[in-house]
Design a protein around this ligand. Sequence first.
Ligand code: SF4
Ligand code: SF4
Ligand code: FES
Length: 252
Amino acid sequence: MTETDAECAKQDEGNPEEGTVEIFIMGKRYEVPIGFTIMKAIEFAGYQYIRSCGCRAGFCGACSTVYRKEDEQKLHFALACQALVEDGMHLVQIPFVPANKEKYDIHELKPDDNVLLSIYPEIARCVSCNTCTKSCPQDINVMQYIQCALRGDIEKAAEISFDCIQCGMCAMRCPADIKHYHVGQLARRLRGKYLDPDSENLKKCLEMLKSGKYDKEIEELVHMDNDKIIELYRARKIEAKGELDDEGGDGQ
Ligand code: SF4
Ligand code: SF4
Ligand code: FES
């Protein structure tokens, strides 16, 4: 585990004094502290993540987990770094979803009604079963954005899919073999490139970067030690909408 991982892991340490819960990992029984995330509990049980683990913060979508509870037929879906362990959980980690992403050149596409359907024609096979929505750990109405894509409503498909973290749990269960997250991503790319107004702040920042204004700072960051980078990251100023000054922010 790297130092950064250890820092992140501190955020999901439970309190062993509050007691334990009984969980099963691939059928084997373990007692783990209450308040642990599934990821932390799996590590506590002695397993090491060599894949299916990235940000440990609910953003990267790598840690798709399926579990079943005692006496329940239903399968539950969760991100291992976010969901807390519960008594009687039977857990399995699932490998990365090998969903093919179509190749396209965004500069050559036109944001017309058929563009999403032409790149991902399988969306026409949607049978409206809503399984994708039920599988989504981000509570996104996945079926709705697929239906919007099918109707050619790029703006809405982009908006509804905005919080997608590409975990692939929707695609794993879809009877129509739709790769929802790639469809949503293309809708967002099209909306960003062709439909939304250009960001003036982004333009300014790109110009400043190209002019070499931050070359020295970037070089310093590349050679900075890990602790200092973590300190700077935590102290960073997050730009609120419209707050960028004429200089283009504080450069952090
Ligand atoms: S799981 Fe597949 S078929 Fe079912 S609603 Fe979602 S996209 Fe449509
Ligand atoms: S839409 Fe699909 S890939 Fe995106 S977060 Fe939800 S389940 Fe994961
Ligand atoms: S490890 Fe990135 S979302 Fe869980």
